[in-house]
Design a protein around this ligand. Structure first.
Ligand code: FES
Length: 369
């Protein structure tokens, strides 16, 4: 009989995983629903994953001889640091997700970027009650946060609200029901857009009446929301209607698979400079890319990622909206106007990092790129 070799379990003995250290090796694939799978990865060399519940990583794949990248929220909990799990849903025209569903096998290795992003439960959680609201595959950060809170028996009052198209589209249904049965502080509600007569729970679009019935103390909760844009717009408008203090509302949306920005890393012609209007005087600045050894020009009305790509320089990015953190770059010198949409941790900003996809130069710059 062959002896089994297990990964080292003491994280003091192994390095923290970073994208440069080793590729991710797929070690398990699980069907969650008829069109959703979970892929579990470990580092190809012994390493542990340090992340916050709600953060994400970006996978690099070569599909039909084209480099493609895709950012996914990690659905597993950082309390189980030897693996990460990505849960994703087949899409009508989804390049990367569909390739993973059809071709990725246990034992395959994938390159990935460092884990990043700033959506997720705050460790200085301002309220002792939370509401997780998710639509469709927007459930993944909520799963990570719930698994983390349950694993650590954190004394937060949790309500988990999840909308799916039909009962057969409910992801992690059994697990969430298990938490409800075994955790006194955990309540879950499933809402289906369409369901037959056997479905006794809520159905249809989330409404003010529904939310008031299911979560009567919503006004006292810290709210985390993730899902399609229409779902989050609806959630926000209901919360505004009830006078919810939006300082306690956090949301994240990743519609990256359908974004042209993500499809091909090497097609700068697809990108159009951001024009802020003719009345603003455009100043041209020099941007020195220290590692690439080039200096490029960038106007004050052009985002830095666009300027770099126009020079044919390939650099990682995904959402192009300041949300995912993939384009995070250290600024050694200079000043930028940055419109980060949650993709940069405050601590990273303090260390001098910027998101080049949503930054315009306000002086000459030196970047660690
Ligand atoms: S590419 Fe997502 S934050 Fe810049």
């Amino acid at each position: 009989m062959n002896s089994m070799v297990f990964p080292k379990i003491d994280i003091d003995d192994i390095p923290k995983w970073e994208g440069d250290l080793a590729p991710l090796e797929c070690i398990a694939i699980k069907d969650e629903t008829h069109n959703v799978k979970s892929f579990t990865f470990r580092s190809k060399v012994d390493a542990w994953f340090k992340f916050l519940p709600g953060q994400h990583t970006t996978l690099f794949l070569n599909i039909n001889d084209t480099s493609v990248m895709r950012t996914y929220t990690i659905a597993s909990s950082p309390t189980r640091p030897h693996t990460i799990t990505i849960t994703n849903k087949l899409l009508e025209n989804g390049t990367v997700t569909n390739w993973m569903h059809e071709h990725l096998k246990v034992g395959d290795c994938i390159d990935a970027l460092n884990i990043g992003g700033s959506f997720g439960i705050a460790f200085d959680q301002p309220r002792d009650k939370v509401l997780f609201m998710s639509g469709g595959s927007g459930i993944t950060p909520m799963l990570s946060m719930s698994r983390y809170l349950v694993d650590l028996s954190i004394d937060l009052d949790i309500v988990f609200l999840h909308n799916a198209q039909t009962p057969r589209d409910l992801i992690a249904k059994d697990e969430l029901e298990f938490y409800e049965q075994h955790q006194s502080n955990f309540n879950r509600h499933f809402i289906c857009d369409n369901a037959d007569n056997d479905w006794s729970a809520e159905r249809g679009l989330l409404s003010l009446t529904m939310l008031n019935d299911l979560v009567p103390d919503i006004i006292e909760r810290e709210v985390y929301c993730c899902g399609p844009k229409a779902y989050m717009d609806n959630a926000q408008s209901i919360l505004n209607e009830i006078g919810f203090d939006m300082a306690h509302y956090h949301q994240e949306s990743f519609d990256i698979e359908s974004s042209t920005a993500q499809q091909n890393m090497a097609e700068p012609s697809k990108f159009v400079a951001h024009d802020e209007g003719e009345s603003i005087e455009v100043v041209e600045y020099n941007i020195t890319l220290k590692e690439t050894g080039k200096t490029i020009k960038c106007g004050s009305n052009t985002n830095i990622l666009v300027a770099i790509q126009k020079e044919g320089i390939v650099t990682p990015f995904a959402c192009s909206m300041g949300m995912c953190g993939t384009c995070r770059t250290k600024m050694i010198e200079g000043k930028v106007d940055m419109d980060a949409q949650g993709g940069l941790l405050k601590s990273h900003e303090a260390e001098g990092y910027i998101l080049i996809c949503c930054s315009h130069p306000e002086s000459d710059l030196v970047l660690e790129l």
